[in-house]
Unconditional design. Structure first.
Length: 264
């Protein structure tokens, strides 16, 4: 049994992770933490009956008391970096789905993993379908280099554009490079109307109640368009990827960025 703890246990993603780990016969919930903890039993949170595992409110205390092998973090961009570093320094392998980490953050984590000989998996998206969407977009960009990305999320998401959209743009740019799109003299009547830009790719973010996580990658060519779309209609869609990462993180080498690198 792999010993797992969950950060952000009271959040929507945290609760889903607790359920998924609890159901998997190879994983065991040994700890959970949330800054808003009232020290509830994990079983009460997920409707599974008493488990004997209490949600704490201090990460280091929970690590010291429960001795986890893996920490799953779906908290927020403000706290995730400190959580990751604290876990690594204490010999715990992070599995992270929180987005908002910068490139320098990622490099710091990579160096810390190497120095501490602790592995980590960070992925902008843990949905198998979303990974396939990115792979298909990367392939399509070889033949249709003009592309824009529209990502749509719930209105409580803190960062924009999403980590998945940025990762998609990065993969596309790796194939087609940076290039000018649209008319070189176009003018925005409203600032931001054309969205953000990464390597010449326009990225647009929608934040509305009712959405979970959705993305369209729209390619344009002579007399044709191609749209690749992925929809996560519930947070359960991320759980197979999270469970896979919990099982793989103990045997990878250092930091792995992107779920695609551990998919068989």
């Amino acid at each position: 049994m792999i010993r797992v703890m969950v950060c952000g246990a009271y959040g929507k993603m945290g609760r889903e992770v607790l359920r998924a780990v609890h159901k998997d016969p190879q994983l065991s919930i040994v700890g959970a933490v949330d800054i808003n903890s009232d020290f509830a039993d994990v079983g009460d949170i997920i409707g599974a009956g008493k488990t004997g595992v209490t949600v704490g409110n201090d990460l280091l205390t929970v690590i010291n008391e429960t001795k986890p092998q893996v920490m799953v973090d779906f908290t927020n961009p403000q706290s995730v970096l400190n959580n990751i570093k604290l876990a690594i320094k204490n010999g715990v392998c992070p599995v992270v789905g929180t987005t908002g980490l910068t490139e320098p953050d990622i490099e710091d984590i990579r160096e810390l993993c190497a120095a501490s000989k602790v592995n980590a998996i960070i992925s902008p998206n843990f949905s198998i379908g979303a990974i396939l969407m990115m792979k298909l977009a990367q392939e399509a960009a070889k033949y249709l280099p003009h592309v824009e990305i529209i990502e749509m999320h719930h209105d409580q998401k803190l960062d924009a554009p999403s980590g998945t959209a940025l990762r998609t743009a990065e993969l596309i740019a790796g194939v087609r490079g940076t290039m000018q799109q649209g008319h070189p003299d176009e003018k925005e009547k409203l600032p931001g109307a054309r969205g953000g830009e990464d390597a010449g790719i326009r990225l647009h973010s929608v934040r509305l109640p009712g959405y979970v996580a959705h993305q369209e990658v729209i390619f344009g060519g002579l007399g044709q368009t191609l749209t690749i779309r992925h929809d996560s209609i519930s947070r359960e869609s991320f759980m197979p990827g999270v469970v896979l990462a919990c099982k793989k993180v103990l045997t990878v080498d250092g930091l792995i960025f992107g779920l695609e690198h551990i998919m068989g």
